[in-house]
Design a protein around this ligand. Structure first.
Ligand code: PLP
Length: 382
């Protein structure tokens, strides 16, 4: 799908137009290598089909209606996850009808907005607090809708979620006591484990999470509470949850684009993780070349984040990033291969917050711009 671009001015509102050559794109711009993107989507679709688990794609990563539709229509995703109500609103308005807020929603006005979404979409939300469950129920009842609740358990992340076992049972019972709510299962996501460096570290953490989750599912079953959904997993660990026989809904997000911090984790053989291709690239232009062995390009902190490390230089194997400032990235170019106006493509260290700095994705295939997709939910953090 191509956005209607007729009211946008090239180089001002939009970085490219379909049909342009890739090297003519205004920079800095986020590029999607469409072949790589489609391969990534297919790879996870095939994994889920093989292991008979659902994929609920995490849309907080891309914040794009077009990407979410592709994940559902071509990637077989059953729906999406969002982290924020305002983010979910963008996707719901675009016609996506199965949305989990994989997060806590606690403020009254946010709950009111969440309940309004449930008039047109299937809405699920996580909860880890009895009073909050009462507040979700009140908001749902006020709008005359049903909201589905996943009880969130802490399987090792040490952030949100009650302890597995009895505390989770008590909350599940609190949900079923509310006529406006439906108990749909458990959220058991281990965030930090996604980036544990070795395969063994990630497997050990998720094995433990699987054990805690299974014990909780079994305890609930003893009390006649069935978990339709047992959810969790991201790009770093889905291969464990996916074959566990306990989890049935995977939430990987970054797999679609990839980034440098995911490429830094190691696979089973101790090599760099190359399961997914680098579909997301930050295209930049060399703007200064005054020093021997160094070049400067035009993508700084306003077009990429560096909290997870420096970007990789994808287009030039011998070039590395030295530092990233507000508007510049300083590159080490030992062979002096770069000249002013050369195109350099970077792999952002962390895709989620980098995408949120841009208005558009430029979809490229075979060196030609094929489509522009808006970052539809950019900035929606309420
Ligand atoms: C971010 C997130 C994911 C997806 O993680 P990726 O690393 O992007 O694959 C899954 N579940 C939850 C709850 C998340 O917050």
């Amino acid at each position: 799908m191509t956005a209607n671009l007729s009211s946008f001015e090239l180089g001002y509102d939009i970085p490219a137009l379909p049909g342009m050559r890739q090297e003519d794109i205004y920079t800095p711009a986020l590029i999607i290598d469409l072949d790589a993107f489609e391969d990534n989507i297919e790879r996870l679709r095939a994994f889920c089909a093989q292991h008979n688990v659902r994929h609920r794609a995490h849309a907080k990563m891309h914040r794009s209606v077009d990407v979410a539709r592709f994940q559902i229509e071509r990637g077989g995703a059953c729906g999406i996850c969002c982290q924020k109500v305002s983010e979910a609103e963008v996707f719901a308005r675009a016609g996506i009808t199965d949305i989990l807020i994989s997060n806590q929603v606690t403020r009254k006005e946010q709950l009111e907005r969440l309940a309004r979404l449930a008039k047109t979409s299937r809405i699920l939300v996580c909860a880890d607090d009895a009073e909050n469950i009462g507040a979700i129920a009140a908001a749902a009842a006020a709008q005359g809708v049903a909201i589905e609740v996943l009880v969130e358990i802490d399987v090792g992340a040490g952030r949100c979620g009650v302890q597995p076992g009895a505390s989770a049972l008590a909350l599940a019972q609190a949900v079923t006591a509310q006529p406006a709510l439906r108990f749909s299962g458990l959220q058991a996501y281990h965030g930090p484990a996604q980036h544990y460096r070795t395969y063994e570290q990630r497997k050990a953490a998720i094995d433990e999470a699987i054990g805690l989750t299974k014990a909780t599912v079994d305890l609930l079953a003893k009390h006649d509470l069935h978990c339709d959904i047992v959810a969790g997993a991201g790009t770093g660990t889905f291969m464990f949850e996916g074959v566990s026989g306990v989890y049935n809904e995977l939430q990987a997000g970054s797999y679609a684009f990839m980034d440098a911090s995911y490429a830094a984790i190691l696979d089973k053989n101790g090599s760099r993780n190359d399961e997914f291709r680098f579909a997301l690239q930050l295209q930049t232009t060399v703007m200064s070349k005054t020093m021997d062995g160094q070049a400067v390009c035009d993508a700084g902190l306003k077009s990429q984040t560096t909290e997870s490390g420096l970007p990789l230089v994808w287009s030039h194997p011998d070039v590395t990033t030295v530092t990233v400032n507000d508007e510049h990235a300083v590159l080490s170019d030992p062979g002096n291969t770069l000249a002013i106006n050369d195109t350099v493509r970077l792999i952002a260290s962390h895709c989620d917050p980098t995408c949120n700095l841009h208005d558009w994705y430029v979809g490229v295939r075979d060196g030609v711009v094929e489509t522009l997709w808006p970052v539809s939910a950019r900035g929606k953090s309420l």
